[in-house]
Write a protein that binds this ligand. Structure first.
Ligand SMILES: Nc1ncnc2c1ncn2[C@@H]1O[C@H](COP(=O)(O)OP(=O)(O)OP(=O)(O)O)[C@@H](O)[C@H]1O
Ligand SMILES: [Mg+2]
Length: 391
């Protein structure tokens, strides 16, 4: 088992020091069952900062729930250590961890009123009657449930039940709140509303929160930081802008939003900059690797713009003085979806490039070239990113 490290804070060049609430060190989880052995977590290292809203995002089966249950103590890691405020809690049972879990099924007591559901944990903890009344009143107000204290859960809407479940978790003042896809039972409109409610409540309480979802929009909208997981390991940790604008792997670029994936080859380098052969031309980009190394580059569709060919015979590929890679092709598809037009360009070698045109003042939907016509796709070189491809 890894020993507790003594530095309980971490610093990055541009961010102030942030206190670490929870630290995972080399956490591995192997499930042994009659069906075989499955490594659900592969040596996960992660710091969760005090007061932050951290989201664990990834496809089904990648280990999100396992990670959350390991934090809560419902799963014991096969290897590694879980620290809370610098002390190991790996061997502390769930009921002795100052954490509360909010589930997808609200798990309210059906025969108890809203008030008694919320008060339940405080009664168990033998908190005085006066204090219980005071604390329940406060959370009823924060959760916008004033006046509903006497109702039974069946007399509430889905969103109200969800808020009671949350109230019951926060009233005990946990050090860490854990959420496992709490909104996935709600219809789309209510989900959006609860998303901002939940975020507001979390900010107001300032409680360290770990939120599991497979919904990238939810993760982007709610989180201070996002942990992207795939097959039991962490692909990338960053704030929503970093995860979207600076994906480090093809998996992240592809899982969060859309990406044009372009194979490229390093042909030489001058210091930091590599000369890279891409779409039949050479561009200089910041990427490591020796000449002869094949790399994968990505560019977001909204960074690509499409223009009509200046003349029908102008099948050039070049990099302009202001750093834009221009490549000729023909417009294979154009889909008007209201707020934007989605364009697909096919290049001479069959490569498809997607573009999202948001109808800026310069280029309205009327001025989008016709399907089948010759076009130029413009890719700003500084919007191209080299990413890790596979592991
Ligand atoms: N008790 C168990 N015994 C054996 N295998 C398990 C057990 N619990 C989970 N697994 C396996 O571990 C892997 C990770 O499961 P986990 O529930 O953590 O995924 P998840 O990311 O939460 O997925 P979802 O989005 O579907 O909820 C899956 O392959 C799952 O089948
Ligand atoms: Mg799960």
């Amino acid at each position: 088992m890894t020993a507790a490290t003594n530095n309980s804070s971490i610093s990055t060049p541009n961010a102030p020091e942030q206190a670490v609430a929870v630290r995972l060190v080399g956490v591995q989880k192997i499930y042994d069952s009659s069906r075989g052995r499955h490594e659900a977590l592969k040596s996960v290292d992660l710091d969760i900062f005090d007061g932050e809203f951290l989201t664990i995002l990834g496809p089904s089966g990648c280990g999100k729930t396992t990670l959350l249950r390991t934090l809560a103590g419902f799963e014991q890691p096969t290897k590694g250590d879980v620290l809370l405020d610098g002390k190991s809690i790996t061997n502390v049972p769930p009921n002795e961890r100052p954490m509360a879990m909010v589930f997808q099924s609200y798990a309210l007591f059906p025969h108890l009123t809203v008030y008694d559901n919320i008060a339940y944990g405080l009664k168990i903890a033998k908190v005085s009657k006066e204090e219980i009344t005071e604390r329940v009143e406060v959370v009823l107000s924060i959760m916008d449930l004033v006046g509903l204290g006497d109702r039974l859960p069946t007399q509430l809407s889905g969103g109200q039940q969800q808020r009671v479940a949350l109230a019951r978790s926060v009233v005990v003042r946990p050090r860490v709140l854990l959420f496992d896809e709490p909104l996935s039972n709600l219809d789309a409109r209510l989900r959006d509303q609860m998303r901002s409610e939940l975020r507001r409540i979390q900010r107001q309480l300032g409680v360290t929160s770990v939120y599991v979802t497979h919904d990238q929009t939810e993760a982007m909208a709610m989180s201070d930081r996002i942990v992207v997981m795939s097959e039991g390991h962490i692909e990338q940790v960053g704030n929503p802008q970093e995860i979207y604008r600076q994906p480090e792997s093809l998996f992240v670029a592809d899982f969060i939003g859309k990406a044009n994936v372009l194979p490229a080859l390093i042909t030489g380098r001058v210091g930091q900059q590599a000369h890279v052969e891409l779409l039949g031309t050479s561009v200089a980009v910041d990427v490591s690797g020796d000449a002869g190394t094949g790399i994968t580059m990505v560019v977001r569709p909204e960074d690509v713009s499409i223009f009509p060919l200046a003349s029908p015979n102008d099948h050039h590929t070049n990099v302009t003085d202001d750093g834009v890679l221009e490549v000729a092709g023909w417009l294979r598809a154009s889909e008007y979806v209201g707020a934007a037009t989605l364009l697909t360009v096919e290049l001479g070698d069959g490569t498809l490039i997607e573009s999202v045109d948001h109808h800026t003042a310069a280029l309205g939907p009327e001025s989008i070239p016709e399907e089948g016509s010759g076009v130029v796709a413009r890719l700003p070189v500084d919007a191209l990113r080299a990413v890790r491809d596979g592991r």
